[in-house]
Design a protein around this ligand. Structure first.
Ligand code: IVH
Length: 701
């Protein structure tokens, strides 16, 4: 996007975000999930970080929450109620810490206080001379709604503050001055505390059951129920609702040293603070805390959507300061949401084993549910029509549990007018074969029209090619066995070997047998093999008559100089001309013709281009890595423990030796494994030296 386009995008994003925030904060209603809205806000925030000159004063990143409703009296906050910046990954939380150091221009060893981020309604409570005086919502951050009478009915909000004995305050490490200030504020002054009103999950279920029986309002979720109960005019209704207040900040300055102390003080004053909160000495521990609670997200009886991380030492708050509406010293480290927004870059058709053509959205990669997703299924043509999705659209995608990511909604307000409609192809994108339409019904008995490739060979050939491509002597990709290859093809995730390099965790996790960890491992294992030797590369292509041996011969004979080793298509096709190949010892006419034909084929050329585009690079590899077996002619025979036949040959070659397949008097050694056979007998007869696998290992190590 050029700057003008970014500016346009930001404008549209702001309008869209404002609309959904209005629903959320003012009307306690939602059209899209929290996670999808977070995702839009995140895009806006990041773009504004990149182009600070494009920030407008009315951007949602600069303003807090909603507008106080007219039906309430207003309360002006003495200290602004801010909002939090979200981060979603280890990388981003580390980036946040890095920014703190940059702002301070020094490397400070911050300690952090971590809390669960509750999903409810923020409240500011004021106490005068120790007595509860008023309660206000956040509103626009400056002015909130006066909900004093409603929140007075919440039992976990003390109506008067406890006066802790000095001994207790000393025990939590408060200085003499802080103790004095605190006690004076309780007795004669003001104390302000902030926290979240929530409804516990079990209470929420009971509330909805009860309301259903009486034909009263059913709430979508505990947050809406909590916010709706506090933001209505009749205190009797609030009193009937199972509201709880959980405290998270002491606003009144009594000269404390740490945020952890603030929590201790609040508990002594009679507030409920979460027992799960914890001090973490460094970012690594913070990440551990986050992962711990992400796994146990459903354990507590309340919803939380991440953790709040605060710099623990309060002395840094002022120098770090506030940016827009968010303090720098605090951040929300969110759990991965099941939904996110991103852009459709392309719509391509995948062909599965049954021949079914599945239109698939290729997306700007985005984290969803903890993994990066770069494509989402569009199921079939009917679904594309139902969603109205076009190329270039911003969409909400969902990845729930281990289900294949899908597009659930198009955000049409974000369109630029340049989006393009998609049409199902009339020929199979793999084999060019005929496509037929069939009426099918899915698991949910929903009828739709699916497109099918009618050529049965379309799939089988591809499967064999892929198995060869990843085999030991070729790209040697561990963890990519025949079962998995079949799954990848079944799902249509892979159309040719080049697609392997485009797989992401998000593609793999939904497949059977794939936990997130093994998905990540496989993606890494594949990426690791992008740099490959020419010999392996040539062998992997699966050209008729080109085995490992021939591939090595070809490599040896082309004295590629590494300085211009950027192999491109033209260079390759120039090299592999029959008349040049015919000059090479060990390359016969059939092999030479086969190679030339392969490189001359348009489809193969496109395949090579795809491989290079996917990031495959041919590196110069020394065929001989040591001279431990220099000049020795060695015949392997029998079953070896550590090597397959191809592997041992490779080992011999790498050590400067010459692996041979038949024994003669010129043979230097026979390397004999278990159950050797006729080569062993012949060696004995000719008096050729026989060595064991152990001796061989000793020679090459
Ligand atoms: S600290 C700068 N601590 O999250 C204001 N907030 O996205 C941050 N929230 O308005 C206040 N749990 O409503 C804090 N343990 C926690 C929280 C928490 C939930 C809410 C709060 C705040 C919003 C910011």
């Amino acid at each position: 996007m050029n700057k003008k386009q970014v500016q346009e995008r930001l404008k549209k994003l702001r309008t869209e975000i404002d609309y959904h925030r209005y629903l959320y904060h003012v009307l306690d209603r939602q059209e899209i999930s929290d996670a999808a809205l977070d995702s839009l806000k995140h895009e806006l925030f990041k773009a504004e970080q990149e182009y600070p000159e494009l920030i407008t004063p009315d951007s949602p990143t600069q303003r807090v929450g909603g507008i106080p409703l007219d039906k309430f009296k207003k309360i002006k906050h003495q200290t602004r109620m801010l909002s939090l910046e979200d981060v979603f990954s280890e990388e981003e939380i580390k980036g946040w810490e890095g920014r703190l150091q940059r702002v301070l221009k020094k490397s400070v060893a911050f300690g952090y206080y971590c809390e669960l981020k509750l999903d409810g309604l923020a409240l500011n409570l004021k106490y005068k001379k120790g007595l509860f005086a008023s309660g206000a919502t956040r509103g626009d951050g400056e002015t909130g709604e006066d909900v004093t009478n409603n929140v007075k009915t919440i039992e976990t909000i003390p109506l008067f503050l406890r006066q802790p004995p000095e001994k207790e305050l000393k025990k939590i490490g408060l200085s003499g001055t802080s103790i004095k200030k605190l006690l004076a504020a309780i007795k004669n002054g003001e104390i302000e505390a902030r926290g979240e009103v929530i409804i516990f999950k079990s209470d929420f279920a009971r509330l909805n059951q009860h309301n259903a029986k009486k034909g009263e309002q059913i709430f979508a979720n505990p947050r809406n129920a909590a916010a709706g109960s506090v933001r209505q005019l009749d205190p009797k209704i609030a009193a009937e609702r199972p509201l709880k207040f959980i405290v998270y900040d002491l606003v009144t300055d009594i000269g404390l040293e740490t945020h952890e102390q603030a929590h201790e003080v609040l508990k002594l004053l009679g507030f409920k603070s979460l027992k799960y909160n914890k001090f973490c000495p460094d970012i690594k521990t913070v990440i551990g805390f986050h992962h711990h609670w992400q796994k146990r997200r459903s354990d507590p009886d309340f919803h939380f959507d991440g953790i709040v991380v605060s710099v623990n030492q309060l002395k840094w708050y002022k120098p770090l300061g506030v940016r827009g509406k968010t303090p720098r010293y605090m951040v929300a480290y969110k759990f991965p949401g099941e939904e996110a927004t991103t852009m459709v870059e392309e719509i391509k058709v995948q062909v599965g084993r049954t021949g079914k053509l599945t239109p698939t959205a290729y997306l700007q990669p985005v984290p969803v549910g903890g993994v990066t997703v770069s494509r989402a299924t569009l199921h079939n043509e009917d679904e594309i029509k139902r969603l109205g999705v076009k190329l270039g659209d911003t969409v909400i995608i969902r990845r729930a549990g281990d289900v294949i990511p899908e597009v659930v909604r198009v955000l049409k307000n974000l369109r630029t007018g340049k989006e393009k409609a998609f049409k199902m192809p009339s020929a199979c994108p793999i084999c060019g074969g005929k496509v037929a339409r069939k009426r099918v019904s899915d698991k949910k008995q929903k009828e739709s029209v699916a497109h099918y490739c009618v050529n049965k060979n379309c799939f089988a050939v591809l499967k064999r090619q892929l198995e060869h491509f990843v085999s030991k002597g070729a790209f040697n990709i561990e963890g990519l066995g025949p079962k998995i290859i079949e799954q990848l093809l079944n799902e249509g995730l892979v159309k040719n070997a080049a697609d392997l390099f485009k797989l992401t965790e998000g593609d793999l996790v939904p497949l059977q047998r794939f936990a997130e960890k093994s998905a990540g491992n496989l993606v890494e294992a594949i990426a690791d093999k992008k740099n490959i030797s020419l010999a392996r590369f040539l062998y992997a292509l699966g050209i008729d008559h080109v085995g490992e041996e021939t591939a090595i011969t070809l490599t040896r004979n082309f004295q590629f100089s590494i300085s211009n080793f950027k192999l491109n298509l033209r260079k390759l096709s120039d090299f592999f001309k029959e008349e040049k190949l015919r000059g090479i010892k060990d390359i016969g006419p059939v092999v030479a013709k086969s190679i030339e034909d392969w490189f001359g084929n348009k489809k193969n050329q496109k395949f090579l281009r795809d491989l290079f585009d996917a990031g495959v690079k041919i590196k110069k590899e020394k065929l001989v890595k040591s001279d431990k077996l220099k000049g020795l002619k060695i015949v392997p025979t029998g079953e070896l423990k550590n090597f397959s036949r191809d592997e041992v040959k490779r080992k011999i070659r790498e050590s400067g030796g010459d692996p041979q397949s038949s024994v003669s008097k010129n043979t230097d050694f026979v390397l004999a494994g278990d159950n050797p056979g006729s080569k062993f007998d012949k060696a004995k007869r000719l008096g050729v030296k026989i060595i064991s696998e152990e001796e061989f290992l000793g020679m090459i190590s």
